[in-house]
Design a protein around this ligand. Structure first.
Ligand code: AMP
Length: 281
């Protein structure tokens, strides 16, 4: 696997790959890789991509909390091992100065309501930062396909909107299913910060989502949400939001015909976890 710190080196390799007729798949990440990330590499292969680029970059502009940025796990050696094993062709691992030159004012995008609801309401500026970095990465890699996880559904919607604003085809984005631990917990780089007791408590997040799916259609939205919030709080969690929204727009649903998705963010054992689950799909 080629490892590049400089975008120019990556672009040279990409020119050769594209000249050889390779289809380029791109998987952007912040590292501390787990099987959820690696599933995106596998998805890219299954999609017919024969030159797969992953990036590992902990993007400072998408952190609204300095402590969260500092505590974000960094495990580059293991990341390289996992990507090589998965058959990734190139890894882009830039320094912050490569992505944010001191003299540059980064281009920002406006995602309207999408950047202010749910995650955006609790992490002001987060999606602006996501937009800045994904746009920069897309300009460098210019992939045929971009693979992202449904685990971060709102991020997928923001990136779909970004593609439109950049004049890129919406088919570029391939949204891949959430990979879970055997007991249901959605895999996340943040899970490694959980203590043993926090790890057991965290199970409640996915079990509540599965319960909502089981009871969806038999109870009102308000009953479902009251049940869910109470369960999470009883388990010692601080719930930031638990909502049932339209899978595509992420706005509250107004009819049971709409594709519904339960979205949640909660603090467990000092770690902020998010998850979501389609309820009727
Ligand atoms: P991150 O490193 O957290 O920024 O995530 C990089 C990419 O991996 C994003 O597209 C995430 O949605 C995706 N991802 C993270 N966790 C999972 C998971 N458990 N299953 C599938 N994709 C995931």
């Amino acid at each position: 696997m080629l490892i590049c710190k400089k975008s120019s080196d990556l672009q040279n390799a990409l020119v050769s790959a594209k000249e050889a007729g390779k289809k380029v798949g791109f998987v952007p990440t912040m590292g501390a890789l787990h099987d959820g990330h690696i599933s995106l590499i596998r998805a890219a292969k299954n999609f017919g991509c024969d030159f797969i680029v992953a990036s590992v970059f902990v993007n400072p502009t998408q952190f609204n909390n300095a402590e969260d940025l500092e505590k974000y796990p960094r495990t580059l050696e293991n990341d390289i091992f996992l990507l090589e094993q998965a058959g990734c062709n190139a890894l882009f691992v830039p320094e912050t100065s490569e992505m944010y030159p001191a003299d540059e004012v980064p281009v920002t995008y406006d995602f309207g309501y999408l950047e202010n609801i749910l995650e955006g309401a609790f992490r002001p500026g987060h999606f602006k930062g996501v937009g800045i970095i994904v746009a920069k990465l897309l300009k460098i890699v210019a992939p045929d396909f971009l693979f992202m996880g449904e685990k971060d559904l709102q991020q997928c919607r923001v990136v779909a909107n970004l593609l439109k604003q950049m004049g890129l085809p919406e088919e570029l984005l391939v949204v891949c299913p959430t990979i879970r631990e055997k007991d249901g917990l959605a895999m996340s780089s943040r899970n490694r910060r959980l203590s043993e007791s926090g790890r057991s408590a965290s199970l409640l997040i996915s079990s509540v989502l599965f319960k909502l799916k089981e009871n969806y259609g038999n109870q009102t939205i308000s009953e479902l949400l009251t049940y869910g919030k109470n369960e999470l709080e009883r388990g010692g969690m601080k719930v930031e939001y638990l909502e049932i929204v339209n899978y595509h727009t992420l706005l509250p649903i107004s009819s049971s015909d709409e594709p519904a998705d339960a979205v949640v963010a909660a603090w467990c054992d000092g770690v902020r976890l998010i998850d979501n689950l389609p309820l009727n799909g």
